[in-house]
Design a binder for this molecule. Structure first.
Ligand SMILES: Cc1cc2nc3c(=O)[nH]c(=O)nc-3n(C[C@H](O)[C@H](O)[C@H](O)COP(=O)(O)O)c2cc1C
Length: 175
């Protein structure tokens, strides 16, 4: 038997969840580091009762990605850096089509990975490329970029949870 006040609590929690933005993470990965990072972010968001979904970019048709981005409350784009300051190969065709999407006002954040040993001048350049593209679409940045230098395993206890904590706060502000 649920008391009136407990019932109100359940209602308040349900309404909060209903109005809380759904997070969609679109990502590319070659060696798996970005996937590992994104999986951790999704798990941490879910622990905070924030609905989050990840989509590996090359596994879906553009139409499905556009549709999912359209309904998502928050879009996160994640890519490592390859080839002297470029996006990961599967993120490039997606990136080239981004300007066709209606993203004005869409809350977003990005995740970039890299290693200084390859080309320090373009260290984690993927995050800058993604942010510039989303800004050009007039999407609304709600959180600073998560930049992972070297293996994400080194950041599982520190940078990734701290960044996700702040992201969750920013998402709750949107509710
Ligand atoms: C051929 C090659 C080129 C790379 N170029 C860059 C680069 O220009 N800048 C950078 O910061 N990292 C660079 N990296 C490092 C990767 O971005 C990094 O290892 C990343 O964690 C890989 O992510 P993934 O496992 O999700 O593919 C390069 C790695 C390789 C193998």
């Amino acid at each position: 038997m649920i008391s009136f006040f407990e019932g109100c609590g359940i209602f308040a929690f349900d309404s909060l969840r209903r109005f809380m933005a759904r997070v969609l993470i679109i990502y590319g990965t070659t060696g798996g580091n970005t996937e590992l990072t994104v999986e951790e972010v999704v798990d941490l968001l879910k622990e905070k009762k924030i609905d989050a979904k990840m989509m590996k970019v090359e596994k879906f048709a553009f139409d499905s990605l556009w549709e999912e981005m359209g309904v998502a409350g928050v879009v996160i784009l994640a890519s490592p850096t390859y080839g002297h300051g470029q996006l990961q190969e599967h993120m490039i065709p997606f990136f080239l089509k981004l300007s066709e999407m209606k993203l004005e006002g869409k809350p977003y954040a990005v995740i970039g990975l890299g290693e200084p040993k390859y080309d320090s001048h373009y260290h984690i350049e993927s995050s800058t490329i993604l942010e510039k593209a989303m800004n050009a679409c007039k999407a609304k940045k709600i959180h600073y970029a998560l930049k992972i230098s070297r293996s994400p395993v080194l950041q599982m206890e520190n940078l990734i949870p701290k960044w996700t904590e702040k992201l969750a706060e920013a998402i709750k502000q949107l509710a």
